[in-house]
Design a protein around this ligand. Structure first.
Ligand code: ATP
Ligand code: MG
Length: 576
């Protein structure tokens, strides 16, 4: 009503602004324009005045009603006996229930002290995205699946109705904004959103049971249908409390690698695929054996052998999200736990190059501390060092071990944890024991079978006359699949299959020669080292002998001197 009055009262003024802009453009002279302006302003003011009277009347009526209510309630409070207040409350609630025979259920966005986003909330959001599109008038739009489709969802405070077995229910999206005294640029930081479901109390059984289940199941089905997988990376904790920030930020996961494009022995590949499938279908089995529904994979091998590519292939095979955890930005073990809790199920949690991520052995830390104690530092250097230390991650090996295999690791379920490393021997045995890293997969240099897959992918060929030669050369040389792939890739339009295969042969020859040179160089260095060592030994032996000889000579000379001395003394004594 108020909005309508306001609109009516401002309406006549609006065209004035437009006139001002438009009329000069169509050649109306200044005098004519001012005449029209004066005419319109008189008309508008009359119109507006008449509407203002209506608004004034409305306010006056409202004011008097309010005053009457307040007066009656004050009188009532003063003269009504205090002892009877309880009854008044009780019966007023009863009366309210009779007058308002509806039940309300709220579904909050976050559960468990804001640690985890409620799955029910997301399911309802998705369910209502289809229901809302029929009834609501205000929407929020999200683009999914390579920008090919949009999903509409209810906007804040928008109410929609739904029907279930002929019964009407109402949904509304609301949010609680905490009453804060402080001024903030980001007022919505702590807003708590929730869906409220309202229905008549006579349908309590039907709505709280079958209807809610129907909504959740429908919502989950839509989630799966519209699901676009995501690649997450963890945010530094200093940003966790900023406006709308979360512990993880994401982009859509679009890596095209699959097990078909991954070059490795077929037997090994099939074994991994079976293992993954068994895991993803093993909910009941894991429950039965009393184990958290998670599985650890350790991928190790030289750089360029396809460890990261394997992770992408796994995610595409299982249709899982990927959480790429950068351990060095995690401040301490409790942050690590928070990050773990904030991951969704059906996901792969990746820690790449685990050997480089952190210094995870306690002994090394202690040794360093001792060394530092010895050093005398000036105060500025010391302060700088302390600042650097405070920013450094304090995640410990035991924190990481608990993260993977502790009580918290069971939160969520259906999770794969993958570690990659170039140096498996560097890792602490506790970190990679079975139960933490259940399956160890070695990613090795390119074999002939892997080469054939790469050739099929890159050049679309199954055989070639040079295959036999390549087979032999690959056994003689260590070349990573990354290098093989790079050589097989055409670099310009003129590069045909023949050129690419020959390029690979040239590269293999060069690699072999380089390997031979390297081996020769190593052998030469080794021989030099051995000769040096032998010479050193001979020299030290000679020195030792020389020293011994000297010592002996000194000994004999001193004893002969002593002898001579005693003879001389004897002679002196006899002459005396
Ligand atoms: N087994 C493979 N099958 C198919 N492509 C591969 C394979 N290995 C490597 N590649 C190619 O080489 C590139 C590098 O591979 P990737 O990043 O997976 O190696 P990595 O083992 O993770 O190396 P790093 O240890 O340095 O991280 C990829 O882009 C991919 O195209
Ligand atoms: Mg990698």
């Amino acid at each position: 009503m108020f909005g309508y009055c306001y609109f009516q009262s401002t309406l006549p003024i609006l065209p004035l602004g437009l006139c001002r802009k438009m009329w000069p453009q169509i050649g109306v002279t200044g005098e004519v324009f001012s005449a029209i302006q004066n005419y319109l302003s008189i008309k508008a003011s009359k119109h507006a005045a008449s509407k203002m009277v209506t608004t004034g009347e409305l306010w006056a009526t409202l004011g008097s009603v309010m005053a009457s209510v307040m007066f009656v309630s004050a009188i009532f409070k003063q003269y009504f006996p205090y002892q009877l207040w309880g009854y008044v409350e009780k019966y007023s609630q009863k009366l309210f229930r009779i007058l308002y025979p509806y039940i309300e259920i709220t579904f909050h966005e976050f559960s468990g002290d804001r640690l985890k986003r409620s799955e029910a909330f997301s399911a309802i959001q998705n369910y209502l995205s289809t229901t809302a599109s029929l009834h609501a008038t205000r929407f929020k739009a999200d683009v999914v699946k390579d920008s090919q489709s949009i999903v509409l969802s209810m906007d804040d405070r928008q109410e929609v109705t739904d029907e279930f077995k002929g019964i009407k229910v109402w949904w509304v999206l609301r949010k609680n904004i905490p009453k804060t005294q402080s001024f903030s640029f980001y007022p919505a930081t702590d807003e708590k959103r929730y869906y409220r479901l309202t229905f008549h109390k006579s349908h309590r059984e039907l709505i709280t049971g079958p209807y809610v289940n129907h909504v959740l199941a429908g919502g989950k089905a839509i989630t799966v249908r519209n699901r676009q997988r995501k690649l997450y990376s963890n945010n530094p904790s200093k940003n966790w409390h900023f406006w709308r920030s979360t512990k993880w930020s994401h982009v859509f996961f679009e890596h095209p690698a699959t097990f078909d494009t991954l070059a490795m022995e077929t037997k090994k590949k099939e074994e991994i695929k079976k293992d993954l499938k068994k895991f993803s279908e093993g909910k009941e089995y894991y429950e039965k054996i009393g184990k958290a529904w998670k599985r650890g994979y350790l991928l190790y091998g030289p750089p360029g052998t396809g460890k990261s590519t394997m992770i992408a292939a796994m995610a595409n095979f299982l249709n899982y999200d990927v959480y790429d955890l950068e351990l060095t930005t995690v401040q301490d073990n409790s942050e690590l736990r928070s990050l773990l809790i904030d991951t969704s199920s059906k996901s792969i949690l990746v820690i790449e190059d685990i050997d480089c991520s952190l210094d995870l052995t306690g002994q090394r830390e202690k040794k360093k501390e001792k060394d530092e104690d010895k050093e005398e530092k000036n105060p500025i250097e010391k302060k700088e060092k302390e600042d650097g230390e405070s920013k450094k991650s304090k995640v410990t090996l035991s924190g990481l071990l608990n993260f993977i295999d502790g009580l918290w690791s069971a939160c969520g379920g259906e999770r794969i944890i993958v570690f990659t490393t170039n140096y498996v021997d560097k890792l602490d045995p506790a970190l990679i024991r079975r139960g933490r890293m259940d399956k160890h997969i070695e990613m090795s240099y390119c074999c002939f079978e892997a080469f054939k897959m790469l050739a099929k992918n890159y050049l679309d060929i199954d055989s070639h006359e040079l295959y036999a030669k390549i087979d032999i050369m690959l056994t003689e040389t260590n070349m990573t699949p990354a290098d093989v792939a790079e050589n097989l890739m055409p670099k310009c339009d003129e590069d045909d299959t023949e050129t690419c295969v020959k390029n690979l042969i040239e590269a293999l020859k060069a690699a072999k020669e380089e390997a031979i040179k390297k081996a020769e160089e190593e052998a030469r260095l080794k021989a030099e080292e051995a000769t040096k060592k032998a010479e050193e030994e001979v020299r030290s032996k000679a020195e030792k002998e020389e020293k011994e000889k000297h010592a002996k000579e000194n000994e004999t000379s001193s004893s002969s001197e002593k002898e001579n001395g005693s003879i001389a003394n004897g002679n002196e004594n006899t002459s005396n």
